[in-house]
Design a protein around this ligand. Structure first.
Ligand code: SAM
Length: 228
């Protein structure tokens, strides 16, 4: 485990402080709605950077795991993706993504679905790009989630990261690509081990750093590529 789980609790508190009422914010030159208990995309450069960096498949399909307010999913639809599936474990996030898709006129090509990772998808569903801006802090295996927002910051036992690397490749089209937005609060060694177990190599496509009060955090867009 890298970063202390207490950092996760203070991050959670920071997000909660700004998400107890519906509000609006601006990102990527657009105005967005944010519902209570949904990850606030303006505390760090993560959401905006990943949304800018991702290679959207023009006319193709994209699956965003953990869509939160739906910024990346909607941005993908506005930038050439023909079919976007936006999933989240939190119903508030799913509702939020659907509302932002309607607000920006792309409800016809953004499908918002509640799902624990890939569980609610059809096993036959395939996507040209799969992406997740993940909750990088590793929580202990006996951690209990008590609030939705904790899912945005903490991954208990890295169970969801394991699923992303195991199940993600099985939902890709033949030339599909798997991306993770992963910050330096996460467990780099464990991610490297899990990728190795799945026969994947990691390439860092882009990164940016942000100074928080307590530390500098690097936000990186990683691609997982089948070896052979
Ligand atoms: C760091 S937030 C990113 C939110 C949004 N994509 C953004 O960039 O603004 C991580 C998201 O992953 C979701 N999440 C965490 N664990 C999940 C799981 N097991 N299945 C689906 N979504 C999950 C959280 O609810 C949260 O919305």
């Amino acid at each position: 485990m890298t970063d202390d789980v207490n950092v996760g609790f203070s991050e959670t508190a920071r997000h909660e402080g700004t998400t107890d009422q519906p509000m609006e914010f601006e990102l990527l030159d657009l105005r967005w709605e944010l519902l209570p208990n949904v990850f606030a995309p303006f505390h760090s450069p993560s959401t905006a950077s990943y949304s800018r960096w991702l290679p959207y498949p023009r006319g193709g399909s994209l699956l965003e795991i953990g869509c939160g307010a739906g910024v990346t999913a909607v941005h993908a639809a506005l930038n050439g993706c023909a079919a976007v599936t936006a999933t989240d474990i939190s119903q508030a996030a799913v509702d939020n993504a659907a509302r932002n898709a309607a607000r920006h006129g792309v409800a016809d090509r953004v499908r918002a679905v509640r799902s624990d990772m890939f569980a609610a998808l059809d096993p036959e569903d395939r996507f040209d790009v799969i992406f997740w801006n993940s909750p990088a802090i590793e929580a202990p295996e006996d951690f209990s989630y008590t609030r939705d927002i904790e899912w945005s910051i903490l991954d208990r036992g890295y169970v969801s990261h394991r699923s992303f690397l195991h199940d993600g490749p099985r939902h890709l089209t033949e030339n599909g690509r798997l991306f993770l937005g992963f910050n330096s609060r996460g467990n780099d060694e464990l991610i490297a081990d899990l990728a190795e177990e799945e026969g994947l190599r990691i390439e860092k496509l882009a990164s940016t750093s942000h100074d928080f009060d307590d530390r500098t955090v690097e936000f990186r867009l990683l691609e997982f590529i089948r070896k052979n």
